[in-house]
Design a protein around this ligand. Structure first.
Ligand SMILES: Nc1ncnc2c1ncn2[C@@H]1O[C@H](COP(=O)(O)OP(=O)(O)OP(=O)(O)O)[C@@H](O)[C@H]1O
Ligand SMILES: [Mg+2]
Length: 241
């Protein structure tokens, strides 16, 4: 479902992805981990085409991202993304934020989109705030809205880039609980996170990135108990703390 073959990408002289090989089957829950600057966000952004790859091959949902014939609107509508900083539209209410994609991109009627948006807000336990604006919400509440918004497009793949790193521990826990509940619905999930405990019970696979390459991958428990690469060992020592 997501297949990287020797994917490389540079910004000027800086090589950020240095031959990524990674296969993520449909429905798998993958945690991407690694030190700051190792290329995690770039890797994630390549999956939904926010970044173009330099060389190699990347196939997502059966589509080659380098194909000139690729229909980007359709391609992107199947991939949800949740960011560290929420990225909600400040001038739209919570409900309107969640409705926007289905109305604009999928041409759903406002009534239908509003009905479904409300159901999604209920699912992430924030429907009481539907008429409020993002500025009136806590960080954890904003992130739950952002998750509902990404689900509104009914994506096959959900990408999450450090969704809890801007949140204090209680808010992180509430957002992680929502992510776990979403993960249980069978979507393919790729999440950058440093939350080791969450990863150990939620993820099917831990993928460790270092220097723009996947250097180690396997079941979270196996890697956490017996990391092989020195970089993975250092990382776990630092984050297990
Ligand atoms: N648009 C850009 N232009 C130039 N350099 C960039 C750009 N985006 C990222 N980089 C550089 O690419 C490298 C990898 O960045 P990336 O954001 O993928 O790392 P990361 O693993 O997500 O780090 P973090 O854990 O801090 O979020 C970094 O050195 C970064 O400075
Ligand atoms: Mg990042």
């Amino acid at each position: 479902m997501i297949q990287f073959e020797d994917v490389r990408k540079s910004y000027g002289d800086l090589t950020v992805l240095n031959g990524v090989n990674l296969i993520i089957p449909k429905g798998e829950k993958v945690a991407l981990m690694g030190f700051s600057g190792c290329g995690k966000t770039t890797l994630l952004r390549c999956i939904n085409g926010l970044e173009h790859i330099g060389s190699g091959k990347l196939v997502v949902n059966g589509e080659d991202v380098q194909s000139p014939a690729l229909n980007w609107n359709r391609f992107r509508s199947r991939i949800g993304m949740v960011f560290q900083q929420f990225n909600l539209f400040p001038h739209l209410t919570v409900l309107e934020n969640v409705m926007l994609g289905p109305v604009k991109v999928k041409q759903e009627s406002r009534e239908q989109a509003a009905e479904r948006a409300y159901q999604l807000l209920k699912q992430v336990d924030i429907s009481a705030k539907a008429a409020m604006y993002p500025d009136q919400l806590s960080g954890g509440q904003k992130q739950r809205v952002a998750i509902a918004r990404s689900l509104a497009m009914q994506p096959d793949i959900l990408l999450l880039d450090e969704p809890t790193s801007a949140l204090d521990p209680p808010m992180s826990r509430e957002v992680l609980a929502v992510i776990e509940q979403v993960a249980a619905q069978g979507m393919t999930l790729v999440m950058v996170t440093h939350e080791l405990r969450f990863v150990s019970h939620m993820a099917d696979r831990l993928v460790f990135v270092d220097g723009g390459q996947v250097v180690e991958q396997g079941s979270p428990r196996a890697i956490m108990n017996h990391p092989v690469q020195p970089a993975t060992q250092r990382y776990l020592e630092l984050f297990e703390g």
